[in-house]
Design a protein around this ligand. Structure first.
Ligand SMILES: [Zn+2]
Ligand SMILES: [Zn+2]
Length: 155
């Protein structure tokens, strides 16, 4: 199996290896597995969720290790923290500019690619406020599954 997603993942992995080498982050088995897990995830998992998934193949991995590793990755710009609603921190390794669709009900986060959002101008008010470093659009609402569930509840 060879597809585009696979290529993207390989690219991601190469950047990861290079960055770790430059930053002097030792490439341990656990770190690699944590990065793999997040690299494959499409759902912006929390540290707890990543830990749960990894425990299946690495029973000895601790939640603390996952926390600390994610913090290290984040510090070096290898992954991004996504904070939504009042939920706990969620993570992603997708560095391609994108936006988010957030369900307020089940708290799922889906990536949204939209070139029109990418080129949105920074309003002058924002530049008066300070220095804008990044920009991302978050659309909140109800995902299809939650909409369906609500309709079924009503019926
Ligand atoms: Zn939902
Ligand atoms: Zn995302």
């Amino acid at each position: 199996m060879h597809d585009k997603q696979d290529d993207q993942f390989q690219q991601k992995l190469q950047i990861f290896r290079d960055t770790c080498e430059k930053a002097g982050i030792k490439m341990t088995h656990q770190r690699l597995e944590i990065f793999y897990e997040l690299g494959r995830a499409k759902d912006h998992p929390s540290a707890e969720e990543i830990h749960k998934r990894l425990r299946a193949k690495m029973p000895t991995i601790s939640l603390d290790t996952v926390y600390r590793t994610l913090a290290t990755f984040e510090r070096h710009g290898l992954i991004n923290r996504v904070q939504i609603l009042d939920d706990k921190a969620r993570y992603e390794s997708n560095s391609t500019p994108h936006h988010h669709l957030v369900c307020v009900e089940c708290k799922s986060i889906q990536d949204l690619y939209c070139s029109a959002f990418d080129v949105l101008d920074i309003p002058p008010e924002a530049n008066e406020w300070g220095e804008v470093q990044s920009k991302h659009v978050e659309l909140r609402g109800l995902c299809k599954e939650c909409l369906k569930r609500k309709q079924e509840q009503k019926a």
